[in-house]
Each structure stands twice: as structure tokens, then as C-alpha cells.
Write a protein that binds this ligand. Structure first.
Ligand code: SF4
Length: 482
């Protein structure tokens, strides 16, 4: 065989090999970047759109995250009754239909991936997610993961271990189909119809149900190695605001990693509005959260969107002491945050070890000052926790406190309609609502109209029409709930 003949046959193979190697290297380079370029572009757009009043040094929207996301119109029905309920009256007239859910989740997530890049937190939310068959629930979660979302299922928690197991395990192999599940369990005494406790008389009466919820996930991890992240959601009204500290104290060690409180708002089903929700301010709610946490909570260290909508305090318990991740009064901690964002931006820290290590190295290489800052922060955090010995004695348990204050529909409707026409209101309450909507950190996807809609506008304006349409497409075969 002549040399030239051999070269002639090898050349196409070599070209294919080189092309595939180059593609793999490009992919590796992309995966190990601190920030995917699509996310960089999405964050820049989000920052650009934000109103000036939230472009503060501690603002994470548009710098670290594009914001949270939620599904809508995918399974509107719920089998509990809450006062208040943020879903429209028509929601319970729509049949839960797995095929519809997975198809719509797929469409919404594809839009979110295109608009907001990868790695964002998305809630599988609407009515009650566990009314879906476990396989459909799993299909929806998989669609979210496939589109680069980090899904969290929002449930009232009134389901059994068998359901959780069926969700987590592949029915064909009996092996886990997810390595990790995130759930938010909504528990409060304004929820009626829970099995075993149809009408809770107090928040502590629900504690066995909260514990049962956490225990199911602990068992799933013990038996199948599927890890979990659990959040506790609670609506706050004049009826239970004084019980907030007790809930935190009683449930802090059950296994929740986040306690999120939503002061009630006048949105959704008007027949479910039972109290004068504006009797107390969000400051008062926060004071009770701090009372339960047993510490001042440094929510000013980080901001996600508008402070009138969101407060988030990151920290950890070292024994009984709650230690803030960053001290909002310490300029050195503020600089640590500046450096962290400059180095890592929206970097996703959940990645295989090798990919994560390379991302960290590349992030630090682009902003080396973050290294010295991190060392100083570590010393201060240890001192706040009572010293290295205290930390060694008891591993700190991370716990996040959140307050999310939705707005009333009578303000959101006019504010949203004006915003869509590009107009700002002169009426102070409507203008304030517009400012908050513009800085919204919780969006829902509308691929058909090419829009991202704040959850407040979704519930106040769009849900009722959407559910009327869904009611026709997915009529209920049984009697609706009131
Ligand atoms: S505008 Fe509404 S949905 Fe958006 S962050 Fe504020 S309260 Fe939440």
C-alpha cells in the first residue's frame, strides 16, 4: 500500500476526530466557566431593566441571579382549602392532567432557558403538585432539569411515603431517577382539609404533620440515597402572626433548611379572604421571625429585588447561636460580597467536583482579591460563632429565613396594565406597586406572548382568564370544591 493511499483513507477519520475533540474541548471550556455566557447576557439584561432604586451594592438580581421562576396553568387544582388562597376561584374547576402538565412545563422552561440562561431556581407550582401521578410529576421535574432549571416542588405536604418513593425511583429499575429532590412544604393553620387535622386550631397542632413531612425525606435518603432540600412555607395573617416565633422554635431542627413567611395579601379567590390582612406591617412579621430565630437577622447584607417584596437572611446555627453569613453592619463583609460577585457572578456551585473546582479557580483568577477577602471573612464568621472550638464541637447547620410579601390585586391590576402600556402612574400607591413589579424577583413564563410576568400579576390579572380557558380544555369530571 502506498503512503499516499493510506493518507487518503485516514484523512476523513482524522478530520472527524479533530472536530469532535475540538467540540469536546469547547464544551469543557464552557462548562468550567464561572458563568455560562447565556447567563452573563441574561444577568446584564436584568440589571439594565431594573429600576434605579434597587440598583444597590447588595442587589443580587442581575448580578448573581436572574431571579426565581414558577410554573403557571399546569395543574391549578388543589385538594385543600386555604384562607387566603392565591389561586383564582376557577382553579378548582380544572382537571389535573399529567400530559398537559408535562407539555406546558416543557414549553415554559424552554422559554425560561432561552431568556434567562441556565442554573436558575424554578418552582413547580400552581395547585397541588402531588395530585399529579408520580410519573407525571417526575416528568415535569425532568423537563425543568433538562432546561437548566433547579426545580423545587411546592406542596401542602399531605401525601404519603409511597408517593414520594414512586416520584424518586424509576419504575422500570427501582433505582433513583433523581439524586436530589427539593420540596417546599406549605403548612399553616389557615389550611383546611388536611388528612387527620381538617381544621387546625393552632400552629403547634400542625407540628406532627411538619415532622412527618421531613421524616419522609429523611427515610428516602436512608433507604435510597436521594438527598433533599426542604423549605417551610407559611402564610401569615392576624390569626397566626403571634405564633410565628413558636413555629420556628418548634420546627428548627426538623430538617427544614429554609423558613419562608408570606404575609397574606388580597389576591386570588375572593371568597377565601377571611381577615384584615393589613393589620400589621411586614416589619412586625420580621420582628416575630427574629424572635423565633433567637437573633437579629441581617437581611440587609443581600437583597433580591425590592426590599418591600423580599427579605432574605442567610446564616447558620452553631449550637443555639444563629450566625449571619454576612454582617450587614460590617464594611469588610460588604467588600467580601463585592469580591465574591466580581469573581463568580452567577456561578452555579452545584456541579461535579472537577467542574466546580475548575470554575472556582477560574473565578478566583479573574478576581484574585476574593481570596484574601474570603480568609478574613472565615475568621470573622468563626469568631461570631464562638470560635473555632465551638465550630469543631458542633458543625454549623445552614438555615435561611425569608419573607416574601405579595401585593394586593386591586393595586397590581392597574399597575400592571399601565406598565404594559409603558406608562408610570402618578398615584403613589400604584407607582410603588409598579416599582416593585419592575424589580420583581419571581417570574412566570409566557412563551406565546414572549413575556416574563411577575407572580403578583400572574395571580391578580392572568390566572382567572387562564383558568377559564383551561376549564374548557380540561373539564373536571367530579364536583368542584368551593
Ligand atoms: S412583585 Fe410580587 S411576585 Fe414579584 S417579587 Fe414583588 S411580591 Fe413577589
Amino acid at each position: 500500500m502506498s503512503q499516499s493511499g493510506a493518507r487518503g483513507r485516514l484523512a476523513p477519520v482524522s478530520i472527524t476526530f479533530v472536530a469532535s475533540l475540538a467540540a469536546r474541548l469547547r464544551d469543557l471550556e464552557l462548562r468550567t466557566r464561572p458563568e455560562h455566557p447565556d447567563l452573563t447576557a441574561a444577568l446584564a439584561r436584568r440589571w439594565e431593566e431594573l429600576p434605579a432604586h434597587v440598583k444597590t451594592r447588595n442587589q443580587m438580581l442581575g448580578r448573581r441571579t436572574a431571579g426565581c421562576e414558577g410554573t403557571h396553568g399546569v395543574f391549578p387544582r388543589c385538594n385543600l382549602a386555604c384562607t387566603p388562597c392565591y389561586h383564582s376561584r376557577e382553579a378548582n374547576r380544572v382537571r389535573t392532567d399529567g400530559e398537559h402538565t408535562v407539555r406546558e412545563v416543557e414549553r415554559q422552561m424552554a422559554y425560561l432557558r432561552a431568556e434567562r440562561g441556565p442554573g436558575q431556581n424554578a418552582q413547580l407550582i400552581g395547585g397541588e403538585v402531588t395530585l399529579l401521578e408520580a410519573d407525571d410529576h417526575a416528568g415535569a421535574l425532568q423537563a425543568m432539569i433538562d432546561h437548566g432549571r433547579k426545580p423545587m416542588s411546592l406542596s401542602h405536604g399531605d401525601f404519603d411515603y409511597d408517593y414520594l418513593q414512586a416520584l424518586a425511583l424509576d419504575p422500570a429499575t427501582g433505582k433513583p431517577r433523581f439524586r436530589h429532590l427539593s420540596f417546599a412544604g406549605h403548612f399553616d393553620s389557615m389550611m383546611y382539609g388536611r388528612r387527620g387535622i381538617k381544621a387546625p386550631e393552632s400552629e403547634p397542632a400542625l407540628n406532627p404533620y411538619r415532622a412527618r413531612f421531613c421524616e419522609m425525606f429523611a427515610r428516602l435518603e436512608r433507604e435510597h440515597g436521594v438527598t433533599h432540600y426542604l423549605a417551610h412555607n407559611m402564610t401569615v395573617t392576624p390569626a397566626n402572626v403571634d405564633q410565628v416565633p413558636q413555629v420556628i422554635r418548634d420546627c428548627r431542627e426538623m430538617g427544614f433548611r429554609m423558613f419562608s413567611f408570606q404575609p397574606a395579601a388580597f389576591i386570588g379567590n375572593t371568597s377565601r379572604w377571611k381577615h384584615e390582612y393589613r393589620e400589621f406591617s411586614t416589619d412586625e412579621v420580621w420582628r416575630r421571625i427574629e424572635e423565633g430565630a433567637g437573633a437579629r437577622l441581617h437581611w440587609g447584607a443581600f437583597q433580591i429585588g425590592d426590599p418591600r417584596c423580599n427579605r432574605t437572611a442567610y446564616g447558620a446555627y452553631a449550637g443555639d447561636r444563629y450566625v449571619p453569613l454576612l454582617d450587614e453592619d460590617d464594611e469588610r463583609d460588604a467588600r467580601v460580597l463585592d469580591d465574591f460577585v466580581a469573581a463568580f457572578g452567577g456561578m452555579d456551585f452545584v456541579a461535579p467536583t472537577g467542574v466546580l473546582a475548575t470554575r472556582v479557580v477560574r473565578g478566583l483568577a479573574r478576581h484574585p482579591r476574593a481570596i484574601a477577602g474570603a480568609a478574613g471573612w472565615g475568621r470573622r464568621f468563626a469568631a461570631r460563632a464562638g470560635g473555632l472550638r465551638a465550630l469543631a464541637r458542633q458543625r454549623p447547620q445552614a438555615l435561611t429565613y425569608v419573607m416574601h410579601a405579595f401585593m394586593d390585586a386591586d393595586k397590581v391590576k392597574p399597575a400592571w396594565e399601565l406598565l404594559r402600556r409603558g406608562e408610570l402612574s402618578d398615584e403613589p400607591a400604584i407607582r410603588e406597586t409598579q416599582e416593585r413589579l419592575q424589580a420583581c424577583s419571581y417570574a412566570m413564563a409566557h412563551p406565546d406572548s414572549d413575556e416574563l410576568v411577575p407572580a403578583c400579576a400572574q395571580h391578580s390579572v392572568l390566572d382567572p382568564q387562564e383558568n377559564v380557558r383551561l376549564q374548557e380544555r380540561l373539564p373536571l369530571l367530579e364536583l368542584p370544591m368551593a
